[in-house]
Design a protein around this ligand. Structure first.
Ligand code: PGA
Ligand code: ZN
Length: 427
């Protein structure tokens, strides 16, 4: 008889924006403990599992005491005595217990923290690192390609530029360790350039430089200079990845580019982005159009792909059903997987499977509100996901994750080429 769950405890802790969030801690009968913290988004899709926030005066209405009490109360009562190895059964129990479509009764934050804590407890019980436990005995482990923010914009940086994430991927790096080394040089180079140009306005939510650019395209020019300034060949060694997060500045096929001072329609936005794809070494572009603009997504993907990854985030919200729909209309070719959008690990994994069935690649992603929680790094390796996106190359809630990747990479057999399918970039 394997261990059983003896307690589930909720705890209010604080995230990287100084806001309250939920930690769940699970104790097993064999003494094993699993703990996990819920992240929080700022540019959220409308179909995401919603966090339970208390409202009222404390912390701007963002307190999570009701969700914390749900973990220690209802969730504890339901899971006590259960088999911790039954991740799927327990996740289904959590979904049933919540009883809503958007996880609003107990809270997506209560559910995801508990679901992730369960995986940690089960891995500890069988004496495996979480990535190996999640990998379920597979032999072909590889590290995900780090996708790292250099400039932050949109909802994460006071809308100084409309585009949310200007990132780089070291597509020519031979391994995970080198990939971080190269990007560290690009990050330094970008900081120096921005300082010299008087563009440095601050640091965005995910730790990227918060720019003072006059146009969205100026950010791309600076990024190119930063890559070159660090001594790398753009497009060959280090390439650009963008998260447009268009849902944040567009509705009903109308998009307001405040930085460029214009309102454009779906075709207009697509044209600008397709032009960037021609002009700059961009290998990946996320949410190029709004979540309510599926026809334009399909049109864009047809025009852009298969040259680049067209990534869906708000458009699919880590939902297997939405991915099946998106695949049926060829709206994109890559899925962003965020466990807290789904609510449980089982649902996030189902989304990943749906993406695989569609023939897409996937990216496991953090949120703009993060913590020291390292679960997503283990998910990316254990689930064999191509890329990992956790924000910039600064701030400990981000660096803790890149550093955990270094520890995991040391265990992989072929250390010289430990990165996941970097050759699959069609660029
Ligand atoms: P969020 O942003 O965590 O604020 O939603 C991340 C993203 O859009 O990928
Ligand atoms: Zn996004």
């Amino acid at each position: 008889m394997s261990a059983e769950i003896i307690s589930v405890k909720g705890r209010r802790v604080w995230d990287s924006r100084g806001r309250p969030t939920v930690e769940s801690e699970i104790h097993l009968s064999d003494g094993s403990i699993g703990r996990a913290i819920s992240p929080a988004g700022a540019s959220t899709g409308s179909a995401e599992a919603v966090d339970k926030r208390d409202g009222g005066k404390s912390f701007g209405g963002l307190d999570v005491m009701e969700a914390v009490e749900a973990v220690s109360g209802e969730i504890h009562d339901a899971l006590k005595g259960c088999d911790p190895m039954d991740q799927e059964g327990i996740d289904l129990e959590l979904i049933k217990l919540d009883g809503t479509n958007n996880r609003s009764r107990l809270g997506g934050n209560a559910l995801v923290a508990t679901s992730m804590a369960l995986a940690h407890a089960a891995a500890a019980s069988v004496g495996l690192p979480l990535w190996r436990y999640l990998g379920g005995g597979r032999a072909d482990y590889a590290m995900p390609l780090p996708e790292i923010q250099i400039f932050g914009g949109g909802a994460h940086a006071g809308r100084r530029v409309d585009i949310q994430d200007f990132m780089v991927i070291a597509i020519g790096a031979p391994n995970y360790r080198k990939s971080l080394e190269w990007i560290a040089e690009v990050y330094r180079s970008a900081g120096k350039l921005m300082g010299e140009a008087g563009k440095l306005a601050g640091v965005a939510d995910e730790g990227g430089f918060w720019p003072n650019f006059n146009a969205n395209e100026e950010a791309l020019d600076f990024l190119l200079c930063a890559i070159e300034g660090a001594g790398f060949t753009p497009g060959l060694e280090v390439a650009i990845s963008l998260d447009i997060a268009a849902t944040d500045f567009g509705k009903g096929g109308k998009y307001k580019l405040a930085t460029d001072n214009k309102v454009i329609d779906s075709d207009g936005l697509s044209e600008i982005l397709l032009n960037w794809l021609e002009k700059y070494p961009i290998v990946s572009i996320e949410d190029p159009l709004g979540e309510d603009d599926p026809e334009a997504m399909t049109k864009f993907t047809l025009a852009a792909g298969p040259k680049v990854e067209v990534v869906a985030d708000d458009f699919i919200c880590t939902s297997a059903n939405k991915i099946e729909y998106a695949a049926s209309i060829s709206a994109c070719n890559t899925a962003l997987i965020k466990p807290n959008q789904a609510g449980t690990l089982t649902e996030a994994k189902a989304a990943l499977e749906a993406a695989r069935v569609a023939g897409w690649d996937s990216i496991v992603s953090a949120r703009s509100g993060e913590s020291e929680d390292l679960t997503i790094v283990h998910l990316a390796v254990g689930w064999g996901v191509k890329q990992l996106k956790v924000g910039s190359f600064s701030r400990s809630e981000r660096m803790a994750k890149w550093n955990e990747g270094l520890r995991i990479a040391e265990n992989l057999e072929n250390k010289e080429f430990d990165l996941h399918s970097r050759d699959t970039f069609p660029w």
